[in-house]
Design a protein around this ligand. Structure first.
Ligand SMILES: Nc1ncnc2c1ncn2[C@@H]1O[C@H](COP(=O)(O)OP(=O)(O)OP(=O)(O)O)[C@@H](O)[C@H]1O
Length: 384
């Protein structure tokens, strides 16, 4: 298989700039997910790589071979690209074996061996070879579509939202089976999707696209944990943004004093907190009483022993600082998803609304007040 390099590729359709200078490298034998909102240019990029149309500028290389560049455009049929579209890719009037054999040389087309091998690769039983597409589930059809794309041993496989027509359960299983098959075959693949979970859970590399450009490329963990800007941050997962002032490695905001990553911009900033970083602690009202009792006891003790006055004052200051960093909010909404839940809270201090993602076991009732704490460092962006 071959690495793909796209460099400074541009494409306009009349007044619309579909691609504004794309740079992307897909390493040999790996799967890159292109993730982006509707209309950002994902399909256009895939079509130009396949050779279904020429860019206005830039270069496209398959390994050492330039397939598009100044004065050069290798036709689609000579690029040896496998294409898996959204749905309806199979010929309805011929069986699975014939569908898979479509792209094979004549001699191989008659051999049942290659079709069986490909069915096995995509995790389907060889007995399905004689069925017609309408006798398969949607997920099975998409696996056959991949088997057909892989049959002529392409240099590259392009998948354009191949799972979007499948329902949730089937979608995940099919997506996993398809990516396992791509990996087993050491296929270089570009998978277009607008589903963040799909991109993050399946791909070796995620390229986030926005308005005709690649906004960021990296490993799924890298893009999620260290997004380059707020647009990427919001596109790869749920995000809570809030204003803050950063001094050194600490950000001061409505959620208290939070640790920020090294190298964060200083001064006024826009903080990104992931909902799973917000932890809910014990109910706030009970805690408040306990704190008041503790303070009263401390006061009595201080009046008994004046010599320890200074020491006590210091402790009280520390306690006050701690209290200042205790963030309390009232639960306004709870959404239960089985494996976890989201809890929306209105912060006492500012009235700002934040959303926490918590395990679905012990959920607070709407209306109760809870204390919050933030785990792990948060990301700071410049304020605008
Ligand atoms: N043949 C065309 N003629 C005119 N405009 C086009 C054409 N193809 C795409 N566009 C425009 O180019 C932009 C990018 O379209 P594209 O289909 O690549 O986006 P996309 O990210 O794949 O969107 P979606 O997720 O909705 O499929 C859009 O504004 C679209 O309207």
């Amino acid at each position: 298989m071959t690495a793909l390099s796209v460099s400074q590729v541009t494409k306009r359709f009349g007044a619309t700039t579909a691609l504004a200078g794309i740079d992307l490298r897909v390493p040999d034998g790996s799967v890159t997910a292109v993730l982006g909102p509707s209309g950002c240019g994902k399909t256009t990029l895939l079509r130009l790589v396949a050779g279904f149309g020429d860019p206005d500028g830039g270069t496209i290389d398959f390994g050492a071979e330039r397939v598009f560049g100044p004065g050069r455009s290798v036709p689609a049929q000579r690029r040896r690209v496998g294409y898996v579209p959204q749905e309806g890719a199979l010929f309805p009037h011929v069986d699975v074996a014939a569908n898979i054999g479509f792209g094979l040389p004549r001699a191989e087309r008659r051999s049942a061996g290659r079709a069986a091998e490909l069915l096995d690769l995509v995790g389907l039983d060889a007995s399905l070879a004689r069925r017609f597409p309408h006798q398969l589930s949607g997920g099975q059809q998409q696996r056959v579509a991949l088997a057909r794309a892989l049959a002529p041993r392409p240099s590259l496989v392009l998948l354009d939202e191949p799972f979007s027509s499948l329902d949730a359960g089937l979608r995940l299983n099919t997506a996993r089976a398809v990516v396992e098959a791509l990996r087993a075959n050491r296929t270089t693949a570009l998978l277009v999707t607008h589903d963040q979970n799909e991109a993050l859970s399946l791909a070796d590399q995620v390229a986030v696209m926005a308005a005709g450009r690649i906004a960021q490329t990296g490993t799924p963990q890298g893009v999620y944990a260290s997004p380059g800007n707020p647009t990427v941050a919001a596109f790869v997962g749920a995000a809570v943004f809030m204003p803050a002032v950063v001094t050194g490695l600490t950000a001061s905001c409505d959620l208290g004093e939070l640790a920020v990553r090294p190298g964060s911009p200083q001064g006024e900033a826009r903080l990104l907190v992931r909902p799973e970083q917000i932890r809910l602690l014990a109910a706030a009202d009970g805690d408040k009483n306990q704190n008041e009792n503790q303070n009263e006891n401390q006061n009595q003790h201080e009046s008994q022993d004046r010599n320890e006055n200074e020491e006590r004052n210091e402790e009280r200051n520390k306690e006050r600082n701690k209290e200042r960093n205790v963030v309390v909010g009232r639960v306004t909404e709870v959404r239960y998803f089985g494996h976890d839940a989201t809890v929306q809270l209105r912060l006492d201090r500012s009235g700002r609304t934040v959303t926490a993602r918590v395990p679905g076991r012990q959920l607070p009732e709407p209306g109760t007040r809870v204390r919050l704490s933030i785990t792990g460092p948060v990301t700071a962006f410049p304020p605008h």
